[in-house]
Design a protein around this ligand. Structure first.
Ligand SMILES: [Zn+2]
Ligand SMILES: [Zn+2]
Length: 167
């Protein structure tokens, strides 16, 4: 979605509301497509004393395999962002400043960059997720198994091996 913000740059006090639904279903992260549903964005571009500020809120429905048990899990994340929009590149490389040379803002592109930085790198279906049995691989959230997990500590095993050789 392209926003023409020429007027917002020229008129002090000018406000441009944003109410959009963006599609990130083709956004790939780690080989998956975690945002299948449209994403609602509400915000405002405002010329404050000739500084053009963009503020927006967003709710992202995030669907991905749990890192621990590999079940698909869903969580909604609410984020808010603000940026200063600049028509010219002043050489300032702050993340907060977004340069839009022709007064046109590519909202999809900006939102995509913002959310990719915020989305969790570690994701669990629940903080209590029991994960998979390390022996048989069953999902311990749904089932239990008879595996005994009191395996000897591999470091102790190595030590034992050394002692055996020594003796
Ligand atoms: Zn899990
Ligand atoms: Zn097991």
């Amino acid at each position: 979605m392209q926003l023409d913000l020429k007027q917002a740059f020229q008129l002090e006090g000018e406000r441009v509301p944003i109410d959009a639904e963006l599609d990130f279903s083709s956004l790939e992260l780690d080989g998956a497509y975690p945002i299948p549903e449209p994403v609602k964005v509400t915000g405002l571009v405002e010329n404050q004393n000739m500084v053009v500020v963009l503020r927006y809120r967003i709710r992202v429905g995030y669907t991905r395999a749990c890192d621990r048990c590999l079940d698909m899990a869903h969580e909604d994340f609410d984020y808010s962002f603000s940026h200063i929009l600049a028509a010219e590149d002043s050489g300032d490389t702050s993340d907060e400043i977004v340069v839009i040379p022709d007064f046109r803002l590519d909202l999809d592109e900006l939102v995509r960059e913002d959310i990719v930085l915020e989305l969790p790198t570690k994701f669990l279906c629940s903080s209590e997720c029991k994960g998979l049995c390390q022996k048989c691989g069953c999902n311990l959230n749904h089932t239990s198994c008879d595996c005994t997990l009191d395996e000897p500590d591999p470091r102790l095993a190595a030590l034992r091996e050394l002692l055996k050789k020594g003796g």
